[in-house]
Design a protein. Structure first.
Length: 268
């Protein structure tokens, strides 16, 4: 049922991470429940993985079960909405990962976030296998936050608010503009996207750049020259390289501006 010693770097956009002791890909609720029960029988920890776009796994890997949920990608949702003449999700074009992962992190860009489009979320509790349905308000969405970051539940189903009818050509033009803006600042090398949350109204990338750290490299990891809040894996980076860069940035920004940067990525 479970695969053993699967390299996690192959399942994250950062391309970093050692082996999972056990690994399983679930396509539906029945497979998720089966995998959770087996992990409980083995008395091992579980980590839920989606598209792997905001994850930094340790070089030593994960000592339990990494349960990868095969779910709708955010990109496919955006394309499908365009095909059906619906508007409201144009801002999400080009963002990697799954819809469930976007809900978990309340992903966003260009002044928007996925919470704007969520009606309800259905989950299953890893501890007792109980199914629960959350309204938008109960999800406790905040900037890059949701209740799902702390409640040990797997997102099974996401119900969207009714998207408005729009003009297809207008939506397409908006998406092209957003993609062009993303390409200007998002590096092509493997990364996890933004490393730190923006300490609003400031931008973390600007603070890092003002500390003279743009382009700074440790091992195989480097602070991107396109966007200082994105670290790239330019030469077979290890997790320890990224962590060293994170610690350096935090120290320098605190020293220069008195600001404690908060990480947006999840370290496992």
């Amino acid at each position: 049922m479970f695969q053993k010693n699967v390299l996690l770097k192959n399942y994250t956009t950062f391309k970093i991470g050692g082996p999972a002791r056990y690994f399983f890909e679930a396509k539906n609720k029945a497979e998720i429940i089966k995998a959770i029960k087996e992990a409980q029988r083995l008395k091992i920890p579980i980590f839920i993985l989606g598209g792997g776009s905001k994850i930094l796994f340790k070089d030593s890997g994960f000592p339990g079960l990494v349960l990868r949920i095969i779910s709708e990608s955010l990109g496919k949702l955006v394309v499908d909405s365009l095909k059906n003449g619906l508007t409201g999700l144009e801002w999400a074009v080009g963002i990697p990962g799954t819809l469930a992962g976007a809900v978990h992190n309340n992903s966003g860009a260009f002044g928007h976030s996925i919470s704007e489009s969520i009606k309800s979320v259905e989950t299953i509790n890893i501890n007792n296998l109980k199914i629960k349905k959350y309204s938008n308000k109960q999800c406790q969405f905040a900037y890059r936050e949701s209740i799902f970051k702390n409640n040990n539940e797997v997102i099974l189903k996401v119900e969207l608010k009714k998207l408005k009818k729009g003009q297809r050509q207008k939506s397409l033009a908006m998406m092209k503009e957003y993609l062009a803006r993303r390409r200007e600042r998002i590096p092509i090398l493997p990364s996890a996207g933004s490393i730190f949350k923006n300490p609003k109204p400031l931008a973390a990338g600007e603070l890092i750049e003002k500390c003279g750290l743009k382009g700074k490299a440790i091992g195989g990891a480097k602070i991107s020259e396109e966007h200082a809040n994105i670290f790239v894996n330019f030469n077979q980076a290890h997790a320890k390289d990224v962590v060293a860069l994170i610690n350096l940035v935090k120290k320098q920004v605190q020293k220069k501006f008195g600001i404690n940067l908060e990480e947006e990525i999840i370290r496992v």
